[in-house]
Design a protein around this ligand. Structure first.
Ligand code: SF4
Length: 55
């Protein structure tokens, strides 16, 4: 799926709802309120981005 930067960011968490849709959640939002819990995708620029995931 194309979610921009979030797809390769260590802070991304994928959440599945009961209807089988998957949402990209930003775990930085838990401790840093300036990050939206569910960012508008695709994220093209994010200063909180940390490369790491290989999904
Ligand atoms: S820190 Fe930025 S790039 Fe990483 S998951 Fe959150 S919104 Fe996406």
């Amino acid at each position: 799926m194309k979610r921009g930067l979030c797809d390769t960011c260590v802070h991304q968490k994928l959440i599945k709802n009961t209807r089988g849709s998957t949402f990209s959640m930003c775990e930085r939002s838990k401790t840093e309120p300036e990050y939206p819990k569910y960012p508008r995708l695709p994220v093209i620029e994010c200063r909180g981005y940390v490369s790491g995931s290989t999904r």
